[in-house]
Design a protein around this ligand. Structure first.
Ligand SMILES: [Zn+2]
Length: 452
């Protein structure tokens, strides 16, 4: 790397000296954080961030997306500065060798590879201990922060046990019923999915409240409340995506701040899992607009975790993905370009626009309102034709088609793909995660750090 970048770096340094501006800018541009310290030492807290579906092409695409187009050189993202390696993600499943979120989250939470759909159980369906449970056992506070329904696969694999991820009511019950040393094992639960906790057969929110938890449903309520234990549910199912989010709904970063403030009151430290849940959803939908904005939401949460860790000095921050989704490629159709500038001009997700149109909004007016690009008559007509089918999905796909074609965004599937994913880490013991690891190594390392 040094050889390759030497020429570039000399040029860069020369320019920077010539301009008599800060030298640190040159370090930053190489994508390395030279202020990184404390690579070994005591780990009191762990913040484990998972970008669901955040494959390598997403991280690279996000660099294009965030780059200042006025300079030829590509700026580093916040992630770039903390890259330590990659992990493999394959499951242990007789039917599949590409993972789903449940098997990968189980691997990262328990250190055991299992079958797709398994929630912290092995192939024998026996319950496996999770790193969140291990944290609770040694007296740490624990939290789950997501934008999906809170009993969704990724958080479930840390805080519940079930043979099947689809049993989300049973998973929600586990969050309340499964105790460690007679106490609830999850102190902070923030995300979507109120319909899965507040049900006819059981109202888990009332049960949590009876046991002393606060309950919040808006960003304002969340910020006002200072309880150590909280359930925050901000949507019936999944939370709205960043671009479509009303002011009352917290961002992933807002929820991460709130979780850390509460968990940090525990003198023995904490374990917090934060999921950028809907990067994956965008990938399944082949929606590059939502993919990039959900990456941004996730990056802001990562920054919250890093800022805390830098002040704290005893916090290990890990960010990674469970798998990639959609086969997103940067540059399609034999063209040697990918135009993130197109993506930046879309102000709401295609899902949002499609919903408006399906409810009767005018196609031309809706597209003009949320897409800051002069669309061709032909493009508008494809959406009008989709609107005539009356199906929101068709309208959504037709808008995505325009954006994918214009931006030269490629997709190969509506499912997951099996390539390795990036691992980012900062703080004490962060170098343990370096190099090529497996998703099971995450849990193995965390268990070890909690034992010390
Ligand atoms: Zn996933």
């Amino acid at each position: 790397m040094f050889k390759r970048q030497l020429g570039k770096k000399i040029l860069k340094v020369t320019i920077f000296f010539a301009m008599l501006t800060t030298f640190s800018g040159a370090c930053k541009a190489t994508g390395k954080d030279d202020t990184r310290t404390n690579e070994t030492g005591k780990v009191k807290n762990i913040i484990f961030l998972i970008g669901d579906g955040m494959g390598v092409s997403y991280s690279t695409g996000f660099r294009y997306f965030k780059d200042n187009p006025k300079t030829r050189e590509m700026d580093a993202t916040l992630f770039d500065q903390y890259l330590v390696g990659q992990q493999s993600t394959y499951p242990n499943d007789s039917r599949y060798n590409v993972t789903d979120s449940a098997a990968s989250a189980t691997a990262m939470a328990t250190g055991v590879k299992t079958y797709n759909a398994a929630i912290a159980v092995g192939n024998d369906q026996k319950e496996l201990k999770t790193v969140l449970e291990a944290a609770k056992e040694v007296g740490k506070a624990t939290g789950l922060v997501v934008t999906a329904p809170i009993p969704h696969a990724t958080p479930a694999a840390f805080g519940a046990h079930d043979p099947n991820r689809n049993n989300m009511k049973g998973i929600a019950d586990d969050y309340f019923d499964e105790k460690i040393n007679g106490k609830h094992k999850i102190d902070v639960l923030l995300g979507g999915g109120s319909e899965l906790l507040i049900r006819k057969d059981r109202n888990l929110v009332e049960e949590f409240k009876r046991d002393g938890y606060s309950y919040v449903t808006t960003v304002e309520e969340m910020k006002k409340d200072t309880s150590r234990q909280v359930v925050g549910l901000f949507a019936k199912a999944g939370m709205p995506k960043m671009l479509d989010r009303p002011d009352s709904v917290p961002s992933l970063a807002d929820m991460t701040v709130s979780a850390i403030e509460r968990l940090n009151k525990q003198k023995d430290g904490f374990f917090l899992m934060v999921e950028g849940s809907q990067i994956d959803k965008a990938g399944h939908d082949n929606d590059i607009v939502a993919a990039m904005s959900e990456m941004e939401d996730f990056e802001r949460a990562f920054k919250v975790a890093l800022d805390f860790a830098k002040r704290d000095g005893e916090t290990l921050v890990i960010a990674t993905a469970d798998h990639s989704t959609g086969g997103f490629t940067i540059g399609s159709n034999g063209q040697y370009n990918w135009f993130s500038s197109v993506v930046k001009e879309i102000k709401r997700t295609p899902d949002f626009m499609a919903e408006q149109i399906a409810k009767g909004a005018d196609v031309r007016a809706t597209l003009a309102k949320y897409i800051n690009l002069p669309l061709t008559e032909q493009e508008i007509q494809t959406v009008q034709a989709a609107a005539r089918t009356g199906k929101q999905k068709n309208i959504d796909n037709s808008i995505e088609q325009i954006i994918n074609t214009r931006s030269l965004t490629g997709w190969t599937t509506r499912g997951h793909t099996g390539e390795d994913v990036n691992v980012y880490a900062y703080g004490p013991e962060s170098q343990r995660l370096a190099g090529k690891i497996d998703n099971t190594d995450q849990a193995k390392i965390i268990f070890e750090l909690f034992k010390r």
